[in-house]
Design a protein around this ligand. Structure first.
Ligand code: TMP
Length: 217
């Protein structure tokens, strides 16, 4: 694969403001004349949209962590082969709202390690191979604040995507701590930012990090 573009992923628990920040960063990079696409997991493709509906709506106990991990990886495989890698081959920058770190955070740490870590590593190898994001921006927030923001937003949604939000508080604490552990293990790929600040301040921090990392003038 001749992947000329860059892949930047945004991660975090519920209500961190990832999608707003991705939109702002995309606008900033486009103004610099860079070719950008924004996308998300689950749901970055047509089939992915169907998987997303299954995964994020309905009762929290309708499937377990193993079934979830398999469906998230099915979504990911289609996303990578049909959208992310083709765009990168054309030299595009791909900004993704979530990627494989979400599966480790939610299906491994969130569920208190009920899916073996090695199984998730094997699924990664099978689906993504040796490919990794060039940069992962982790938006960190106290889950009390994040969940309140997220459930507030869900009140205005046509389809209620609250399956994961409705899990107990320990789940959300586990997943936050899991993300921080993952970031410590791979400090060269991850940047951790405190997301409990204004949209504009957070955007400026992200611009600074991306500009430095990719030598943008
Ligand atoms: P979003 O609300 O950030 O778009 O993400 C959809 C939900 O899916 C969110 O609750 C996190 C969850 N999720 C997982 O549990 N595992 C995964 O691998 C991914 C990509 C998302």
């Amino acid at each position: 694969m001749g992947l000329k573009g860059n892949f930047i992923t945004f991660e975090g628990g519920e209500g961190t403001g990832k999608s707003t920040q991705i939109k702002l960063l995309a606008e900033y990079l486009e103004q610099k004349g860079l070719p950008i696409i924004t996308t998300k997991e689950p749901g970055g493709t047509e089939i992915g949209q169907e998987l997303r509906r299954i995964l994020v709506t309905g009762d929290k106990d309708k499937m377990d962590a193993v079934a979830e991990a398999l469906l998230y990886y099915a979504d990911r495989r289609i996303h990578m082969t049909k959208k992310v890698w083709p765009a990168m081959e054309e030299g595009k920058w791909v900004l993704s709202d979530r990627f494989a770190d979400s599966t480790v955070a939610y299906q491994y740490y969130g569920y208190n390690k009920r899916v073996p870590f090695q199984t998730l590593e094997n699924l990664y190898k099978l689906t993504v191979g040796d490919f990794k994001p060039n940069l992962t921006i982790l938006l960190d927030i106290d889950p009390k604040i994040g969940l309140a923001r997220s459930l507030d937003k869900a009140g205005h949604m046509a389809v209620k995507e609250t399956r994961h939000e409705s899990r107990d508080f320990t789940f959300h604490e586990n997943l936050r701590n899991g993300y921080l552990e993952m970031a410590q293990r791979e400090p060269e790929r991850f940047v951790v930012l405190n997301a409990d600040k204004s949209i504009e301040d957070l955007h400026q921090e992200i611009v600074k990090i991306v500009s430095e990392r990719f030598n943008l003038k």
